[in-house]
Design a protein around this ligand. Structure first.
Ligand SMILES: Cc1cc2nc3c(=O)[nH]c(=O)nc-3n(C[C@H](O)[C@H](O)[C@H](O)COP(=O)(O)O)c2cc1C
Length: 169
């Protein structure tokens, strides 16, 4: 587990290679096993592979350019009729996606959509309209996914002693 966690780095350059459905399902299954408040499992995943849609997603925020070139972009959406802690629920599901993807040799990168904008245009509304997501569903983030075409070293930072407080601050 710790090895997969160390290996997961934000990858923004991808090989052209497609992601087989079997791997994609395994990655999404990992998300579906995430904990969620009251066990609500409020998540939906929009799996985007069409180049023209990925190109448009890459313009959702100023920090999403790599979405245009990733083989897959997974958009994480919350059903607000189920969700009571949707930001936490979807963030944990996102972490499961990134870690299972790392375990399978893929690179990922989290792209913030919630409360983001591009030149005054609301990113969440932009993505909702682009992908036909209904009004009662919120968009948290998207995760770009593909085989890495850039090399990043695994995390090797030391244990942050000063950030750990035993019993009290
Ligand atoms: C909540 C959150 C939002 C992020 N938003 C973006 C983003 O919009 N675009 C991007 O390229 N990276 C984004 N990242 C990735 C971070 O930049 C990255 O995790 C950080 O630089 C540490 O690098 P590492 O992931 O390789 O450990 C985000 C990460 C998190 C956790």
């Amino acid at each position: 587990m710790l090895e997969a966690i160390r290996r997961r780095r934000s990858i923004r350059k991808y090989a052209k290679e497609e992601v087989p459905e079997e791997d994609l399902r395994e990655i999404l299954l990992a998300a579906m096993y995430a904990p969620s408040a009251w066990g609500a499992k409020p998540w939906h995943f929009v799996v985007v592979t069409k180049p023209e849609l990925k190109e448009k997603l890459s313009r959702a925020t100023p920090y999403a350019a790599h979405a245009a070139h990733a083989p897959v972009v997974i958009v994480l959406v919350a059903d607000m009729s189920l969700a009571r802690r949707w930001v936490e629920d979807l963030s944990i599901a996102a972490a499961h996606i990134m870690l299972q993807a790392a375990e399978l040799g893929y690179g990922t990168c989290f792209v913030q959509i919630r409360e983001s904008e591009n030149q005054g245009r609301d990113a969440e509304e932009y993505v909702r309209t682009l992908l036909g997501i209904p009004a009662n569903y919120n968009v948290e983030c998207m995760i770009t996914l593909g085989k890495p075409a850039e090399k990043k070293e695994p995390h090797a930072e030391g244990y942050m002693e000063e950030r750990v407080h035993l019993n009290r601050w």
